[in-house]
Design a protein around this ligand. Structure first.
Ligand code: UN1
Length: 499
């Protein structure tokens, strides 16, 4: 039954645009208006298998393409993305919902990552080191691994695919990419531009569809030795379990419950700006979002009043409209989850200071809009202070001093981002050392990671890997140690020690 005139899209496998084997489809809709933006193949294990076969075959040639040449394709991709930055940002405001300046920032992260990893094509450094024996040469080199399964979320629909696909490619791997079902249009555009940049057929393949069918098959497929996933903690644990029999390389980027600490000596104007940006930017749908604010006694009341005022001034609306600060959340189930936490917080005895409701009227009724929400008098153990909400909700917690603030900040299962506003250099350095997180900001909010530094977290945020920066190369390569003996005789390491 055709109820829409929206354009239909296909999977990209082995350089060909193809429908799902089942012929089934799903729609992508704007979270701001409900408008259907495109129709996509609902793929199954058969489609994944075809894509993996194509990627496996392409790997044999791609791994031998000199790394600087692979990097040049990423440079071309970065340039194409830069040429189309405004258009892709518009598409993102429509399909994912974030406001235009943030959408442009998302695209910019991908441009930066492509150039950074493009340059890596001329580095990919290994080590040379002396041998313990005469006339012998030792070195270590990075080697590609094979087919990488890339599973990405909807909240950074261009940036996060680039964090995974750009390093995977420059290292010489091939890719099967499953974008989130909430943002297939942006995933599709990403791959179209890669193909236009000159990525050979089969080197990057896209298979649309849900985690249950497509994601699960990728994770279990014996010919996919690497899986990189950004998603929820629950999904991450399931992926690790399902991949265990094949001993895959699993790179996981999971949740956060990030806190901003504000001490009595902080620049309060700056802290308020940092909190509003980190808590309500992208409607709080970042794994780095500030969903807790830990405030010292002396400034607690003042900070609370200022935050409530600032939150109430934020304008909600479709991301592409001028003057809009906060766009919709991604879908109905996100809206329901966010609102359920408002009920949970109230039930736990936290004080609802502002927000706490679905926003409607004034052009908002067809979308998934939620008022920026602040809870006060939150106890650090409450669920609103412990669990990832992934929406525009933050919890204010009162503490006596910096030591208590750091303890509260650390008292969660996650460890992604952290922040402290203070003018005391000694306190700042102690916090840099003691905050249990992969990222710490001093006098800035919890968001704003740059692509040339490692990105990731400790504890329940991941499994010890990092993406972005040099650290990403460890996910997408294996080390090989090479010993070259040019003595012409059999020298025995650890035995011929006296020469
Ligand atoms: C994420 O939310 O998964 O630092 C990534 C930031 C962004 C990336 C967020 N550059 O918030």
């Amino acid at each position: 039954m055709a109820t829409t005139t929206a354009k239909s899209f296909q999977n990209y496998i082995g350089g060909e645009w193809v429908d799902a084997a089942s012929g089934e489809t799903f729609e992508t809709k704007s979270p701001a208006t409900g408008e259907t933006l495109g129709v996509f193949p609902r793929s199954s294990a058969d489609d994944v298998d075809k894509a993996v076969d194509a990627a496996k075959a392409a790997y044999e040639e791609w791994r031998l393409v000199p790394a600087p040449r692979r990097g040049e394709i990423l440079f071309r991709f970065g340039r194409l993305l830069a040429d189309q930055k405004d258009e892709v940002a518009q598409l993102m405001a429509r399909e994912m919902g974030k406001v235009l300046p943030e959408a442009a920032g998302d695209v910019q992260e991908a441009i930066d990552m492509s150039f950074y990893m493009g340059g890596e094509g001329r580095r990919l450094f290994g080590q040379t080191t002396p041998s313990e024996l005469k006339d012998k040469f030792n070195m270590s080199v990075r080697q590609p691994i094979g087919v990488v399964g890339v599973i990405t979320p909807w909240n950074f629909p261009i940036a996060i695919p680039s964090w995974k696909i750009a390093p995977a490619l420059v290292c010489g791997n091939t890719v099967v990419f499953k974008p989130a079902t909430d943002t297939p249009l942006l995933g599709e555009r990403f791959v179209e531009l890669l193909a236009e940049a000159g990525v050979p057929p089969g080197v990057v393949n896209i298979v649309h569809g849900g985690g249950g069918a497509v994601g699960d098959r990728l994770v279990k497929h014996p010919d996919v030795p690497v899986i990189t996933l950004t998603g929820s903690r629950e999904t991450g644990v399931e992926v690790m379990r399902n991949a265990a029999d094949n001993l895959k390389h699993i790179h996981l980027e999971l949740g956060g419950k990030n806190a901003i600490i504000v001490l009595d000596d902080a620049d309060l104007d700056l802290a308020v700006e940092g909190i509003v940006w980190s808590a309500f930017g992208t409607s709080g749908q970042r794994c780095t979002a500030a969903s807790r604010v830990i405030a010292q006694d002396g400034i607690y009341e003042d900070l609370q009043a200022r935050l409530v005022k600032a939150a109430e001034q934020l304008r909600l609306g479709p991301g592409w409209e001028d003057g809009v600060d906060v766009g919709p959340v991604i879908n109905q189930s996100a809206l329901d989850k966010i609102h359920s936490y408002t009920e949970i917080g109230k039930g736990e005895g936290a004080k609802l200071l502002t927000g706490g409701e679905v926003a409607s009227g004034n052009g908002l009724s067809d979308g998934f809009f939620y008022r920026p929400t602040i809870f006060g008098d939150v106890d650090p153990g409450m669920r609103v202070a412990q669990e990832e909400i992934f929406g525009p909700t933050t919890a204010l917690i009162r503490v006596r001093d910096a030591d208590e603030a750091v303890r509260v900040s650390n008292g969660i299962e996650f460890g992604l981002s952290s922040s402290i506003f203070t003018r005391d250099v000694n306190t700042a350095f102690r916090a840099m050392r003691d905050l249990e997180a992969g990222i710490t900001y001093i006098n800035a909010g919890t968001i704003g990671a740059e692509v040339h530094l490692p990105f990731g977290g400790v504890k329940g945020t991941g499994n010890g890997h990092r993406e972005a920066g040099q650290a990403a190369l460890d996910v997408f390569t294996e080390w090989k140690s090479i010993y070259v003996d040019y003595s012409g005789k059999l020298q025995k390491a650890q035995i011929d020690t006296a020469s």
